[in-house]
Design a protein around this ligand. Structure first.
Ligand code: ADP
Ligand code: ADP
Ligand code: ZN
Length: 207
């Protein structure tokens, strides 16, 4: 199964991708995670994109498409993959259609109010990137990752000033993908405003 998780920032795509990965045993590819790893490792790519991520703007299509194309070329993607946060523009979607057409696009629908609540309480592991929420999905021990013991932090782009820019960028550049994939007959909606267990069960019905 080759699938895309589509939806605004904070809809819960990454959280569900981890569960779908366990279920289907196919890799979870998050372009945000790939960019954050490049920044952490201070690679050439990381230096180029750091300011863009902090502001909540989009990395240029050319760089993003090259990164994904390379990742999807790995042998672990031969039985399928879960794309989380890619494509984010019509240009990226057109490129993907050329090199790796998908079977399913799950569209996470959620209110803006709920998304702001989720983003402002999100905490991320500095070490492994696992995601938590201070109220909704807290770690067993405050500020400590359940999976690896790493320290949790608030992403620069989860601060108030970037959140609003990211939502505007989503509306302008990414939302048109809903009709793009709808027209191709690939789109399925999931009510992402439900509890994690309910969202997972709605997702499983589509697999
Ligand atoms: P995305 O990958 O779409 O940006 P995340 O998976 O990182 O979103 O989720 C955003 C925030 O909301 C995180 O803090 C996460 O722990 C929390 N979250 C995810 N799914 C739910 C849910 N169903 N109910 C409440 N909080 C959730
Ligand atoms: P979220 O789901 O919370 O918006 P991501 O981790 O998916 O966050 O993305 C973080 C940032 O990485 C984005 O705001 C953007 O700067 C960059 N990014 C991720 N994926 C893409 C993409 N497909 N195209 C351009 N920029 C991207
Ligand atoms: Zn961790």
């Amino acid at each position: 199964m080759r699938m895309i998780l589509l939806g605004p920032p904070g809809a819960g795509k990454g959280t569900m991708a981890v569960k779908i990965k366990e279920e289907l045993k196919i890799p979870h590819i998050s372009t945000g995670d790939l960019f954050r790893a490049a920044i952490k490792n201070e690679t050439t790519l990381g230096k180029k994109v750091k300011g863009i991520l902090d502001q909540g703007d989009l990395v240029p299509d050319e760089l993003t498409v090259a990164l994904v194309k390379e990742r999807l070329g790995s042998s672990d993607c031969s039985d399928g993959f879960i794309l989380d946060g890619f494509p984010r523009t019509i240009g990226q979607a057109n490129s993907l259609t050329e090199f790796a057409p998908v079977d399913l696009v799950i569209n996470f629908t959620i209110s803006e109010k709920e998304v702001v609540r989720r983003l402002s309480g999100r905490r991320t592991c500095k070490n492994c990137g696992a995601g938590y929420h201070v109220l909704f999905i807290p770690p067993a021990k405050e500020n400590v990752c359940d999976k690896c013991g790493g320290e949790l932090y608030t992403r620069e782009d989860d601060k108030e000033s970037s959140i609003h820019n990211r939502l505007a960028v989503y509306e302008k550049s990414t939302e048109p993908l809903i009709s793009y994939y709808g027209d191709k007959g690939l789109l399925k909606d999931v009510d992402a405003g439900q509890s994690p267990a309910e969202v997972l069960s709605s997702v499983k019905e589509l697999l």
